[in-house]
Design a protein around this ligand. Structure first.
Ligand SMILES: C[S@@+](CC[C@H](N)C(=O)[O-])C[C@H]1O[C@@H](n2cnc3c(N)ncnc32)[C@H](O)[C@@H]1O
Length: 410
């Protein structure tokens, strides 16, 4: 992820730890949301959140919407019915009229898997449950989509028990990191691999830092039980205490964030081989607000999400950085640098000679996720052929995904 712009400083919230009893285990997510409401900066409460979509929230919605289409079109051919689960659904419609994740998921499913899907949307707040139920009814989706009222930490394991052979897509977008508790994911990660299961989640990074409470140690003020509880919550979230060494390093916040999410991805890879993430910031050089993490058994997910995440991230950053300025109208694609791609292509072909253009692209995405777009790769391969660095053979004479690539002088 070397193209990701560096974040600025860390911003511990010194007032954060001052009051209130340690949260009990079963009120983790609610307790966490309450903390966020009390917290003075960098966070949103339910009320703020659903007023209108912030730029950084649009990035996850765009990733979700743009992935749903090819994902649903593909899994709809498998024959099994599809179950879409949104664990932290919200009301469906923001106060400014924009659509939230449950509506995005249903709209795409109506288009790409009509008649073959069921959707479950969980909310622990009655007003969002009511509002979403009304939206579902208004759209005429009552037979295929249902809102459920309850705590996701309890409702999701119940849903898991009812699963048969459905193709499952699980989306988790809680306010804080504890909403993605590893134990909550584990049954889905351990599900029989003959059934298709994919997970897309958001990991809130300021929340991770608050729970880690690094500066509490530094200041020598340790309210032991409370801090121990917060840290336990983090260990449960990441499925291990590997976060401690990473977050305690003397390094930039963004660097530690990226190392932590990579370690988390590595853990997820034990279950699902294709696991990557996209950072989301409120602007270039700002702190990472959250990562969008996906986990899949299918390589196709990796390839699709590479382009989807590059598009969402760079378009979002362009908008955040340049809105209202001279460069706003400029297409962000024209401002991208793809330096280094030619060398990466040549190196990859040296390692994998006489493979197809598509095969080489898969290797590049695996090694350099979110660095290049497929269109940039195709254009660079063409240029390397024109410059006699690469040659190809093809059944159709034209250079395409099935063309076999090799070094010109080999
Ligand atoms: C970040 S918002 C999700 C926004 C949603 N993805 C959208 O696009 O509109 C998190 C939602 O989860 C709900 N929530 C928080 N804790 C929960 C829990 N333990 N169980 C179920 N829902 C919860 C909150 O009320 C809020 O509506």
């Amino acid at each position: 992820m070397s193209r990701i712009p560096p974040a600025c400083t860390n911003g511990s919230d010194a007032n954060y730890w001052q009051q209130g009893p340690a949260p009990s285990e079963h009120s983790l997510e609610r307790g966490y949301a309450d903390h966020l409401e009390r917290s003075k900066r960098g966070s949103e409460s339910n009320e703020d959140f659903f007023e209108g979509k912030r730029e950084w929230s649009k990035i996850k919605d765009e990733v979700l919407a743009n992935y749903m289409k090819p994902y649903l079109a593909k899994v709809n051919k498998r024959g099994q019915s599809i179950l879409l689960i949104d664990g932290y659904a919200g009301p469906g419609v923001f106060e400014d009229g924009s659509h939230g994740s449950p509506l995005i998921m249903c709209e795409k499913a109506e288009e790409w898997a009509k008649g073959n899907y069921h959707a479950i949307f969980i909310n622990n707040e009655r007003k969002y449950y009511d509002k979403l139920s009304r939206e579902i009814q208004r759209k005429g989706w009552s037979k295929v989509a249902e809102a459920r009222l309850g705590d996701t930490q309890r409702v999701l394991p119940e849903i898991f028990k009812t699963l048969k052979d459905q193709t499952v897509f699980l989306y988790l977008d809680p306010f804080g990191p504890t909403g993605c508790n590893f134990d909550l994911l584990a049954p889905f990660l351990n599900r029989n691999p003959s059934y298709s299961t994919e997970i897309l989640l958001t990991m809130n990074m300021p929340g991770v830092h608050r729970l880690a409470a690094r500066h509490v140690d530094e200041a020598g003020r340790v309210d032991e039980e409370k801090i121990r509880n917060y840290r336990l919550m983090l260990t449960r979230t990441f499925g291990g205490d590997y976060w401690q060494d990473i977050l305690r390093q003397d390094a930039e916040t963004a660097e530690r964030d990226i190392q932590l999410i990579e370690a988390y991805q590595k853990k997820l890879t034990h279950y699902f081989p294709y696991t990557r993430s996209c950072p989301v910031r409120s602007g270039t050089g700002k702190r990472i607000k959250y990562f969008i993490v996906f986990a899949s058994r299918h390589r196709a997910a990796l390839v699709l999400l590479n382009d989807i995440m590059v598009n969402a991230y760079f378009a979002g950053m362009h908008q955040a950085d340049l809105a209202g300025g001279l460069w706003e109208e400029m297409d962000w694609r024209e401002m991208r640098s793809i330096s280094g791609l030619d060398h990466i292509i040549l190196d990859t072909i040296t390692k994998h000679p006489r493979q197809t253009r598509n095969f080489i692209w898969l290797r590049i995405v695996e090694q350099h996720f979110m660095r290049y777009l497929k269109s940039e790769y195709i254009a660079t391969v063409k240029q390397l052929v024109q410059n006699r660095k690469l040659a190809y053979t093809s059944k159709t004479k034209w250079l395409n995904d099935d063309s076999i690539l090799y070094l010109y002088h080999s």
